[in-house]
Design a protein. Structure first.
Length: 340
């Protein structure tokens, strides 16, 4: 016999995700957001309060309807839809061990297919494009100094958005070379050396905060003097891409996101012949195959470059070798990734 709905959900977050799997704060928040959306959807669909839901209410039909709702009404891309389906499958796998009578439901949900997604091509910025982006940030305007510091820091460190917004002032050491400690996936930390220019911007920003009497443990704050959010970083990227696009139209043709600065740093390191193991350590990749994709990009660009100077490309006489063709916490459990 199943325990109560609330007990099972709490057990999933606290006992399984937190204690057994040891997931980090941001991962817990991702699970929480998905389950909150699912429970609210089921509540509306079944005309029940969330507190009145039972495990039997979460049928495979409800899950499929929820996935369609994510795509059609919330405009989730297939990648986001698949991520949430993976979370739901993990939840029901946990449930099958707690509620044997629901194993058949868990099995049906486990068979819901992930949608095919197109592999997003990585589009790093060239050094000229990167400089154009930086030049579009006016440090004399409100928050301009902060914004330039953010993007210089993102490129300098190759940090993920979650790592950038979670940097605390105590994570910085700005003397004798300058370093920052990043708190990465799986609670793994790494230390990155800072460019002198990045150190100078951070010092200017902290001095400005001091004169404004702005106090916070976090380095990057929003206009309300609170920790910057992912959405805040996304907004700033969109804002400055438009400004940079006025000077360089090529920038507008690229799908630039906060992660682009991480890709750009990695690509520039590879082009500068930095050892791939060093790049892996710099980015905090567990698997070196993840880092290897930047080598593939560089090789493709080299192939494109040599193709442009191929003297036989438009020739009427084909070389003899040319014919030898070889043929992608829940609000009621947690507010900031901490299980209450």
């Amino acid at each position: 016999m199943c325990n109560s709905f609330g007990t099972i959900v709490l057990g999933f977050f606290k006992d399984y995700l937190l204690d057994i799997r040891g997931l980090a704060k941001n991962s817990i928040l991702g699970y929480s957001d998905c389950m909150r959306l699912l429970f609210n959807f089921a509540s509306d669909k079944l005309n029940k309060k969330v507190e009145e839901l039972e495990m039997e209410d979460l049928s495979d039909e409800i899950i499929i309807d929820f996935l369609n709702y994510l795509e059609k009404e919330r405009n989730n891309l297939p990648q986001s839809r698949n991520q949430r389906l993976a979370i739901i499958k993990t939840f029901f796998s946990f449930i099958s061990g707690k509620c044997p009578e629901l194993i058949h439901v868990a099995e049906r949900i486990s068979k819901i297919a992930f949608k095919k997604t197109e592999t997003q091509q990585i589009q790093p910025l060239t050094k000229d494009e990167l400089q154009t982006f930086f030049n579009g940030i006016d440090i004399n305007k409100h928050n301009g100094l902060r914004d330039l510091m953010i993007f210089r820091l993102m490129y300098n460190t190759g940090a993920r958005v979650s790592e950038i917004i979670n940097i605390k002032i105590l994570d910085l050491s700005l003397e004798n070379g300058g370093i920052v400690k990043l708190h990465g996936k799986g609670n793994k930390n790494r230390t990155i050396t800072l460019f002198p220019e990045t150190i100078d911007l951070i010092k200017q920003y902290l001095l400005w905060r001091e004169t404004e009497n702005i106090k916070s443990d976090f380095l990057i704050l929003n206009k309300y003097k609170l920790q910057m959010s992912r959405q805040g970083i996304n907004h700033l990227v969109d804002k400055y891409v438009k400004i940079a696009g006025e000077s360089n139209k090529e920038i507008l043709s690229k799908n630039i996101t906060p992660h682009t600065f991480r890709h750009t740093l990695a690509f520039h390191m590879i082009k500068s012949d930095v050892n791939i193991v060093t790049v892996q350590d710099f980015l905090g990749h567990e698997d070196i195959n993840t880092t290897s994709k930047y080598i593939k990009i560089d090789n493709q660009m080299k192939a494109n470059a040599i193709d442009k100077v191929n003297p036989f490309k438009n020739s009427d006489v084909e070389p003899s070798w040319k014919n030898n063709t070889i043929m992608n916490m829940l609000n009621n459990l947690s507010s900031k990734g901490v299980i209450m």
